[in-house]
Design a protein around this ligand. Sequence first.
Ligand code: FAD
Length: 383
Amino acid sequence: MRVLVVGAGIAGSVASLSMRQAGHEVTVVDAIAEPYRGGYQIQLDQTARQLLEGLGAGDVVAEVSAASPDIRILRKGRSLGRLRPVGYRLARRGELVSAVSRYAATVVPVRFGCRLASIEQRAEQVVAHFDDGTSDTFDLIVGADGLRSTVRRLVFGADDPFFYRNGYRSVWIDVPADAAQHEGADLLAGPGATAQIFPYPGKEEVLLLTSLSTGEYRSETGRLLPGVRQLLNANGPRFNGLRDYTHIVDPDRIRVTRFTQVRMPRWHAGRVVLIGDAAHCVDPLSGSGVHASLLSARTLADELRTTPRNLEAALCRYEARVRPSVKLLQHATAGLLEGLIGRHLRERLGAIPELLRATANAIPATIPRSRSLNRGNLAGINP
Ligand SMILES: Cc1cc2nc3c(=O)[nH]c(=O)nc-3n(C[C@H](O)[C@H](O)[C@H](O)COP(=O)(O)OP(=O)(O)OC[C@H]3O[C@@H](n4cnc5c(N)ncnc54)[C@H](O)[C@@H]3O)c2cc1C
């Protein structure tokens, strides 16, 4: 099969590597001129790591990531418990994506600086038109082009009906380690805000990621920072370094994002299918964006291998296999955020361990883990 993968992020890179392994002729395009470096923190769980190892990218991932420390959970300075993220690794998003997409480019042709502009579906083929004026014909187009997916917009319409938003905003601040004066990782729970505090690999900086229930009027950075400080103050002097840094940080170095999940009734139409954030963004807060993207990328490749001559059947099975795990991750993430921030936490505390358990159960889910996509190795995975 001739396959076009749009997007050389984690989802697109893993889908292209997996489909190449299965013998398809794969081309990848990405709108950016080259993978960008840096960025904020991203988490990789054990399943995601093993899968990347199985694709031969284990060394590049190990190089740009570090083991996650245990996470203390605090509310008003009091311990609510500790999470032990066994097998988790932390990386800068840009470093990880860049390493994986550069690795993929050694195996499959990747055209950076090439933006998909439009799609023409025909009965037996699909035509892709690019913004450099070129066109090409494929058997399948895989939309791995992220939250603001062009493929999704071209085939399914405007973003808004598919976006779940709850009015929460996240404030991302990188704090130099000497200013942060902070060891280990913390999760601070409400009221009014929640924060994740994690060291970067190399430990030269600490990520302070705070989520607040804001209301429309408080979306500017200057209006959000008092909420960040209030949460840090409520949790004791250990967070003074981080709090003080919020007074001196250059506002241009602060990123504010809206909590956004993509919830769609269908991920495929004709010869076009969506994977990764384009299909089911969980929101970066979840720490499971990479896991969910690997799950859909790898399962799609797996199902295409199973019935290469019946595309519709493969795409339907792909959706049926991935949807339950993604739905669980999305509901657990939104539920945890809304529960941890809400003002009547005590009443909901019973529900939070449930949500944590649900998330933990969703993580090992159903990513095919075989080292290669030959039939023998997949015997135990596809009943
Ligand atoms: C700028 C950015 C920063 C992020 N930062 C974080 C973070 O700090 N922490 C975190 O947990 N998650 C972050 N995420 C989300 C995280 O990267 C994803 O959840 C996860 O990596 C899975 O992504 P994906 O491969 O589905 O999509 P993405 O990583 O979004 O990749 C999509 C790719 O598609 C390309 N593309 C888009 N439109 C077109 C087009 N028309 N034609 C060709 N190519 C196109 C983009 O250039 C991009 O490389 C970020 C995403 C982005 C885009």
